[in-house]
Design a protein around this ligand. Structure first.
Ligand code: SAM
Ligand code: SF4
Ligand code: FES
Length: 349
């Protein structure tokens, strides 16, 4: 049994195997990994790729993550927040374009308190009962997550960022806690959300040990979604000038995650598309099955500048949708417009 077959059969990987797969120059091994991951995705989801409409509702943030261009200490960030009506207009445009999942993402912005956010979620829920509502608004209290769930949200994306508390402390200021982030993830799962965790590939101070811990955390937590993309340095942050994450590592990790948890919903991220012109297509070929085109108002897109060089900042929503569809079709896959729910038993925290 070769290394790829072993990972596939055991749905596990050792620290040494991880390093070997990430660093190998052997194209035969990499191609075997890619084919195994794509085969597993095909067996569960066929050639279907789910699309989610991303609405970036605010770039105000009270946090100071060292890697992010939206961190509160970046005085050059041009701040904006969408009004309720602007958010509804994005959803309506998205619905007309065929989206059946809306992802509302933003910095940790106190303006979007529970009252305001619940009002928005319940309005979208009532207007589009056939759609999934995904939130990605960072760390909130258990009561807040519960209220948003009761208002109609179904899914929550909260990357764990790193499974190593020591690594977490090098990426975040002292007031942010790894423990709290983990508690948030457990709260979300207990409440009943479909939960997405994830991490940046190639973030400063990341090692094979921390990546191994990330994969073991995913195996244990069994999220419905895993969002990974390369770290990309952002100017005016403490990590400006740090090397970007590797596309090759990101693709191989996508494939490994597909093998470790076959039914997982796995996006080929915008960050991957930013570092490589065919990054998202390659992501699909390595086992990803979700794309998240941007539905935000074009006039604000360039200001949601998490990292440098982000793609899709000048386009209209319709352009991104058509572009996404064409990219998917060109490599032999089919875009599906249903909600694209997780296809396996639910796991408890
Ligand atoms: N504020 C929420 C949070 O942090 O969970 C949601 C928005 S935040 C911008 C979404 C994700 O962007 C983070 O979880 C992080 O992994 C990613 N991100 C931030 N800065 C990045 C960078 N420089 N390169 C790549 N990804 C980055
Ligand atoms: Fe804020 Fe999220 Fe950026 Fe951290 S990653 S500074 S929480 S927007
Ligand atoms: Fe936005 Fe291609 S997905 S322009």
């Amino acid at each position: 049994m070769n290394i790829i077959e072993k990972i596939q059969q055991t749905q596990n990987i050792t620290r040494e195997e991880l390093e070997q797969i990430l660093t190998t120059d052997d194209e035969v091994t990499v191609e075997a990994l890619r084919q195994a991951a794509r085969g597993v995705a095909n067996a569960i989801y066929g050639n279907k790729i789910y699309i989610r409409g991303l609405i970036e509702i605010s770039n105000y943030c009270k946090n100071d993550c060292l890697y992010c261009g939206l961190r509160r200490s970046n005085p050059f960030a041009v701040r904006y927040r969408l009004t309720d009506e602007q958010i509804y207009a994005c959803c309506e445009e998205g619905y007309q374009l065929g989206f059946r999942t809306f992802v509302m993402q933003g910095g940790e912005d106190g303006w979007f308190d529970d009252k305001r956010m619940c009002r928005i979620v319940s309005t979208v829920r009532n207007r589009y009962p056939d759609c999934a509502i995904t939130l990605s608004l960072g760390e909130r209290s258990h009561e807040s997550y519960q209220a948003l769930y009761d208002a109609g949200a179904n899914r929550y994306l909260l990357r764990h960022e790193t499974a190593s508390p020591e690594h977490y402390a090098k990426l975040h200021p002292a007031e942010m806690s790894w423990q709290h982030r983990m508690e948030c993830l457990c709260d979300l799962k207990k409440i009943g959300y479909q939960v997405g965790c994830g991490f940046m590939v190639g973030s400063p101070y990341q090692t094979f040990d921390t990546l191994y811990a990330d994969l073991q955390f995913i195996r244990k937590f069994r999220p419905q979604m895993v969002g990974i993309g390369p770290f990309i340095s952002a100017h005016d942050t403490p990590f400006a000038g740090q090397p970007n994450g590797k596309v090759s590592y990101t693709l191989r990790l996508l494939a490994i995650i597909r093998l470790l948890q076959p039914p997982v919903l796995l996006p080929a991220t915008t960050a991957l598309g930013t570092l490589h012109p065919q990054g998202r297509e390659l992501g699909i070929q390595y086992g990803a099955n979700v794309l998240m085109p941007n539905l935000s108002p074009t006039e604000h897109r360039k200001d949601y500048a998490i990292y440098d060089g982000k793609i899709c900042t000048g386009e209209e929503s319709a352009q991104c949708k058509v572009c996404t569809e064409q990219r998917i079709r060109k490599i032999g896959y089919e875009m599906v417009v249903d909600r694209g729910d997780y296809k396996a038993e639910e796991f408890k925290c």
